[in-house]
Write a protein that binds this ligand. Structure first.
Ligand SMILES: C[S@@+](CC[C@H](N)C(=O)[O-])C[C@H]1O[C@@H](n2cnc3c(N)ncnc32)[C@H](O)[C@@H]1O
Length: 267
């Protein structure tokens, strides 16, 4: 069953990669000239990465991986979409930013990647694709050196229960906070980077409460250093958000958490 979910999601992400590669949102041409999609939250909270080995899980087509590379990290990006990894490798070549990219399901990573890292990093839109958080946390712990840092910045699970469809005008709960027995199945989803594009392939997604995320990391042997919750996102993640003076996106009244970040240390 798990294979079915992962196989479908991989096909979907190959489809999505082609949409993203030509989207204004990702602005690949701008990236080649030096722009970055790393947001102030992760830049500030990750701090100096110069000379550090960094493993980026679910790296998509590598723009963030390469952005950490530009800042001096020795970066390795992992994603199960072969189209995404092909593009990541060609961006690395074209920009001259050195990074290693591996095409694999993160759960299979120990079969193809040896070694330990100073930092394991993952961001925005990753957890929903994972069928097993316990194993996810074990993979993170496995790849961290003792004293190494895990950092995640992700959409807050509270944000994910609200209607984000094109016509949504206010906060309206459409999904449960707690994951039902089966993953959610979506067909014909709208693309977040290009709302004019509809997906043709099926998506299977999971919803993880904050408690599950934190507990899986603690159980894997990590010490939580901080958990921050923010009333904004880096881009327009709900149709009725408005941009603030700093360029972040908010809902009127900052009513709910929209993003969280977490830093943990391998004991
Ligand atoms: C929303 S994207 C991450 C976006 C990233 N923050 C960015 O903007 O570039 C999620 C990524 O997870 C990858 N993915 C999903 N399930 C995976 C798995 N089991 N193993 C490896 N990669 C996976 C997808 O291929 C996709 O590239």
């Amino acid at each position: 069953m798990l294979d079915k979910y992962l196989k479908n999601n991989k096909t979907l992400w190959n489809e999505i990669t082609a949409i993203h590669a030509r989207s204004e949102f990702y602005d690949v041409e701008g990236f080649k000239k030096g722009s970055s999609m790393l947001y102030p939250v992760e830049l500030e909270e990750m701090g100096d990465v110069k000379g550090k080995s960094l493993l980026h899980l679910q790296c998509h087509f590598g723009m963030d991986t390469l952005s950490w590379g530009r800042r001096g990290a020795k970066a390795t990006g992992v994603d199960f979409s072969d189209k995404a990894i092909d593009l990541a490798r060609s961006l690395s070549q074209e920009t001259g930013i050195k990074a290693r990219f591996l095409c694999t399901d993160i759960y299979q990573l120990p079969e193809v990647l040896k070694g330990k890292f100073d930092i394991v990093f993952t961001s925005y839109g990753v957890l929903a694709w994972l069928p097993d958080l316990t194993k996810w946390a074990e993979i993170i712990a496995h790849y961290l050196k003792r004293g190494g840092t895990f950092y995640i910045v992700e959409f807050h699970p509270v944000k994910l229960i609200f209607d984000d469809s094109h016509g949504a005008t206010k906060l309206e709960v459409t999904l449960p906070y707690f994951q039902p027995a089966e993953p959610f199945k979506w067909v014909g989803g709208m693309d977040y980077a290009d709302p004019s594009a509809k997906h043709h392939n099926v998506a299977y997604e999971w919803q993880y409460p904050l408690g599950n995320i934190i507990t899986s990391l603690i159980n894997a042997g990590l010490r939580i250093e901080f958990l921050h919750e923010f009333p904004f996102t880096g881009y327009k993640a709900l149709p009725f958000m408005v941009k603030d003076k700093e360029g972040s996106w908010r809902i009127d009244g900052d009513l709910i958490p929209l993003t969280f970040s977490l830093k943990a240390t391998k004991l």
